[in-house]
Design a protein around this ligand. Structure first.
Ligand SMILES: Nc1ncnc2c1ncn2[C@@H]1O[C@H](COP(=O)(O)OP(=O)(O)OP(=O)(O)O)[C@@H](O)[C@H]1O
Length: 249
């Protein structure tokens, strides 16, 4: 036990009274209105809600990609709203993983190089055993020398998952990770995200429109008009569909 052991909190991300207003005066849009929500460590949380309800804004603020107008956002023991741009950039690089709908792989790099790139930029060495485990679980071992254009959409998203997981980030934010995939590849990627939470202890927060995708999560947080509109635990496709219908989505 070390002297500087901090009290372990269950929340990987803790959001308190978060308000986000875009623009000002007559054209101001309140995208988030005093939203308080925690994302538990080692859990898979989906954020859902009708179009324009504030899902992307919530994720972008929580990931330090956009600034809050009011309220607080904590990643572990760090208050994001107090950080300057350079510190926020470092925090994103060192402590957060991202998976985007459009994969965002660099076309000139191989899969192996794409997977390692964020850690190399951060001057960190990947753990070889961890690297091999991730590559094995994702079924990418025989695709590592391929460039993105030589891979299917599902394979590209698996490379993006490996890239996000390699640094063992405190949280992975996934923005519509299956939005560009067919149902077979979606199931593969979602199954992997689910396993990385269950077997590897990863924390994942995912924005999705898809009730099937949300059913892979431990919990669904619902937004409506920039406000929290409820949540579901142990969601199924049917309970998610019902909840969305009630919100008029
Ligand atoms: N940069 C911006 N400038 C002005 N308004 C914005 C900006 N980004 C988002 N908004 C507005 O904030 C509200 C919430 O948008 P947001 O993109 O977070 O919703 P969403 O739930 O992710 O929507 P969708 O499901 O359609 O992607 C919307 O009314 C949107 O028009």
């Amino acid at each position: 036990m070390t002297a500087n052991l901090t009290v372990a909190t269950r929340a990987a991300v803790s959001i308190n009274e978060l308000t986000k207003v875009y623009g000002s005066g007559d054209t101001a849009v309140t995208a988030l209105d005093r939203v308080s929500v925690d994302f538990a460590r080692g859990h898979f949380t989906a954020i859902m809600g009708p179009s324009g309800s504030g899902k992307s804004t919530l994720m972008h603020c929580a990931a330090g990609l956009d600034t809050a107008s009011r309220g607080s956002i904590r990643l572990g023991d760090e208050e994001l709203t107090r950080l300057r741009d350079s510190a926020l950039t470092r925090l994103r690089r060192d402590r957060i993983g991202f998976i985007f709908q459009a994969f965002n792989l660099l076309p000139t790099l191989t899969a192996a190089e794409n997977i390692r790139l964020p850690m190399e930029l951060a001057g960190r060495r990947p753990d070889p055993a961890w690297h091999d485990q991730i590559v094995g679980v994702l079924g990418l071992a025989d695709r590592l020398a391929h460039r993105p254009a030589q891979l299917s959409g599902g394979q590209q998203q698996r490379v993006a998952c490996a890239r996000a997981l390699l640094a063992r980030p405190e949280v992975i934010f996934a923005d519509e990770p299956t939005g560009n995939l067919d149902s077979h590849s979606s199931a593969e990627v979602l199954g992997f995200l689910r396993r990385s939470v269950r077997d590897l202890g990863q924390t994942i927060v995912m924005v999705t429109h898809d009730p099937v995708a949300a059913s892979y999560a431990d919990r669904v947080v619902l937004l409506s008009d920039g406000r929290l509109a409820g949540e579901l635990t142990e969601p199924t496709t049917d309970t998610v569909l019902d909840a969305l219908r009630r919100l008029g989505a």
